[in-house]
Design a protein around this ligand. Structure first.
Ligand SMILES: *Cc1c(COP(=O)(O)O)cnc(C)c1O
Length: 360
């Protein structure tokens, strides 16, 4: 079976963990600081504050960016639940907008129609590693005075006109969960170009204190451990090479797959292929599910991210119509694109997909 996703853990990661364990200093310390500095080099030198998860990074990012009780934040419904959960956890109200079905990302035109006096921020998600329409969101930000916050959990090294994900919003949050393009075991990173926001994030993640027992605000414990940071540092060094490999795997699939809609690339963007997501045209989840069963029978792993739009989950249950979102959840399926695929496995994926798609 060719797995749909596969974290790559090598001897360097094991040695890094061992180094921390031997040091006897396990909690947030010098490894976290070094990880933050090294990550900063990939986001235009912005301030980086490490957290224990991507969800904590989003949650505290909202608080530090000034989201308060009742503030509306426009988000896509076609995303992982944490996108909207973090708005609620910060006291805000998520307002769900539709997507551009080509990129799977938040549609700036629909977002504009949802802006009200209560709108405080827009949070695009760089879904699957395709950067969102950041130029259009910056325009909406200037026109309406709303903040842009990035859910960059899937956006490592995705770029638009030479600027990486994380370099656009007042805050941007990354995740290092094991299925992401790089991992720390668990973990997250908030990125900001505002020194005051960065200081607030450091306070919030550590009980509101910068100096021990001098608590300035009511805070959390969402610190990253040095054990996780040590893994993250090794993985970060490997990330550019892995991203190139994902891009070359995707280029091979683009050139050879038939009978399915391959991923779109908006002008000026580089895709980091967190997922290689195709569409099975026809607007039928039965057809898509039959396609997936055909792949699984023939040993090719695949998955649907995400089968239920957030607004329809039991945790939100909102009566909304988002036509593009409702269509895409029935047609999308992600194929293996991870950097450990061999040429033979890529060829198998192509022959199996083309055979199964032709027989649908
Ligand atoms: C993974 C993910 C998150 C949450 O990150 P965790 O590290 O799992 O907490 C948030 N948003 C999106 C889009 C994600 O893919």
């Amino acid at each position: 079976m060719i797995p749909a996703a596969k974290p790559i853990i090598g001897d360097e990661e094991r040695e890094a963990v061992d180094r921390v364990l031997r040091s006897g200093m396990l909690a947030q310390g010098p490894e976290v600081k070094a990880f933050e500095e090294e990550f900063s080099a990939h986001v235009g030198g912005r301030h980086c504050v490490a957290m224990n998860s991507g969800t904590s990074a989003l949650h505290l990012g909202f608080i530090a960016a000034g989201i308060e009780r009742g503030d509306e934040v426009i988000v896509p419904s076609f995303s992982f639940a944490a996108t909207a959960n973090s708005v609620v956890l910060a006291g805000g109200v998520p307002v769900f907008a539709d997507i551009d079905p080509r990129t799977f990302n938040l549609d700036p035109n629909h977002v504009e129609t949802l802006i009200t006096k209560k709108t405080k921020a827009i949070m695009p998600v760089h879904l699957y590693g395709h950067i969102a329409a950041m130029d259009e969101f910056q325009e909406l930000s200037s026109k309406y005075g709303v903040k842009i916050i990035e859910d960059a959990a899937q956006g490592h090294l995705a770029s638009l006109n030479g600027r990486n994900a994380g370099e656009f919003g007042i805050v941007a949050s990354f995740s290092f969960y094991p299925t992401k393009n790089m991992t720390a075991g668990e973990g997250g990173m908030v990125v900001t170009d505002d020194a005051e926001v960065a200081r607030m994030l450091r306070l919030l993640r550590n009980q509101g204190q910068e100096i021990r027992y001098q608590n300035e605000v009511v805070g959390f414990n969402t610190r990253m451990t040095d054990i996780h940071a040590a893994i993250g540092r090794v993985q970060l060094a490997k990330l550019p090479g892995w991203t190139k490999q994902r891009q070359s795997n995707a280029a091979y699939l683009d050139a050879n797959l038939k009978g399915v809609v391959t991923p779109y690339l908006a002008p000026g963007t580089t895709h980091s292929y967190h997922q290689y997501t195709i569409r099975i045209p026809g607007g039928s989840s039965e057809k898509r599910d039959a396609f997936m069963a055909g792949l699984t029978e023939r040993g090719v792993g695949c998955g649907v991210y995400y089968p239920t739009p957030i607004h329809k989950l039991a945790s939100f249950k909102l009566d909304l119509t988002l036509p593009e979102t409702d269509l895409v959840v029935k047609e999308c399926v992600s194929l293996p694109v991870h950097p450990s695929l061999t040429q033979a496995e890529l060829e198998t994926i192509v022959s199996v997909v083309n055979e199964v798609a032709a027989a649908l």
